[in-house]
Design a protein around this ligand. Structure first.
Ligand code: BTN
Length: 323
């Protein structure tokens, strides 16, 4: 990471939503010029951080923000976990995949305040302003081969839903194969990338992007943030450790028994259960009523030609009623 990014984050950590902090004070504290403080604030604004600037008073965050703190995070980790916190990283998934190939340990976590090249599924980008979300990846070395990871992304969805519900959020739903929704809008996304061959034990990098506060980078109609669902301040450090504890419980179960024991928990939150859907898969669109998933996490659709199973694809609500 270059120095200017480091310094932008150092400036952000000097600011709060409660009081104005003068440019002079920040410049003294960080030993940089007033002009540099101005430029660093502008840089942070360019990333989507909302900062009020009032001549004569200084700078103030538009909304309260709990910055990620490596010590606070490590204090909340379960034994066996190793956490690295980066202020800026290209993509926590890309970085952890590279580390995994060089032998990085099971249960390593890489979290970043901001990703310059956050990746979503199907080549899409994942955008999150610093402080507005959680973006992290977890390295898991399974005791099962790649061929036995069916349903893993659904299992991760269950872990996220349970952790979010524990914060008091209501109405969390899961969309096959791996989106976490609330009120029909996307709250979190999951990107799982694997290493290994068909026979040896598989390694997965499980990337999670979770919207915590609404930010200009979120396309409003399609996304929702946790802060809109709960009536309490969100401590992102606590939230991340809570999510990691939930992931640990679910992934340990998945590693031992596969998706089957988690199926009911997934299905109870399935947003399109019993509804007409269109699935865009490899073999063209399939239309019918979503029956839910089987013990391997495969989606079952009742079509006019009988029940069809879908292993991979994107589901959308089908307009009109299925008869
Ligand atoms: C999706 O819904 O398309 C998946 C989004 C996954 C985003 C996360 S953010 C942390 C990790 N690093 C990445 O580059 N992507 C994942």
């Amino acid at each position: 990471m270059d120095d200017a990014w480091n310094q932008s984050f150092a400036v952000l950590r000097q600011l709060s939503a409660e009081d104005f902090r003068s440019g002079a004070e920040i410049s003294r504290q960080l030993r940089v010029s007033r002009a540099s403080v101005h430029n660093l604030v502008e840089r942070a604004r360019g990333l989507g951080v909302m900062i009020h600037a009032v001549p004569g008073r200084g700078y103030r965050l538009a909304e309260p923000c709990s910055w990620l703190d490596a010590e606070a995070l490590r204090a909340g980790l379960l034994p066996g976990y190793r956490l690295t916190l980066e202020q800026v990283c290209d993509s926590t998934n890309s970085r952890l995949l590279a580390l995994a190939a060089r032998g990085e340990a099971h249960k390593s976590v890489l979290a970043a305040e901001w990703q310059t090249g956050g990746r979503g599924r199907r080549g899409r980008a994942w955008l999150a302003a610093p402080g507005a979300g959680l973006t992290f990846s977890l390295l898991w070395r399974f005791n099962r081969p790649l061929t036995a990871l069916s349903g893993l992304s659904l299992a991760v969805g269950v872990a996220l839903a349970e952790a979010l519900e524990a914060t008091g959020a209501l109405g969390i739903g899961l969309k096959w194969p791996n989106d976490v929704l609330a009120g029909g809008a996307k709250l979190a996304g999951i990107l799982i990338e694997t290493q290994g061959d068909m026979l040896s034990n598989a390694t997965a990098v499980i990337g999670v992007g979770l919207n915590v506060r609404a930010a200009p980078s979120l396309p409003e109609a399609a996304t929702v943030a946790l802060a809109e669902l709960i009536d309490a301040d969100i401590d992102r450090n606590r939230l991340l450790t809570r999510v990691l504890v939930s992931l640990d419980r679910v992934l340990e179960a998945f590693d031992r028994h596969g998706f089957a024991p988690l199926r009911e928990a997934w299905q109870a939150r399935h947003v399109w259960q019993g509804k007409p859907v269109r699935v865009m898969g490899g073999a063209g669109p399939v239309e019918g009523v979503a029956l839910g998933v089987d013990a391997a996490g495969v989606l079952r659709i009742e079509t006019i030609d009988g029940v069809q199973v879908i292993h991979a694809g994107e589901v959308s609500l089908r307009p009109g009623t299925f008869v």
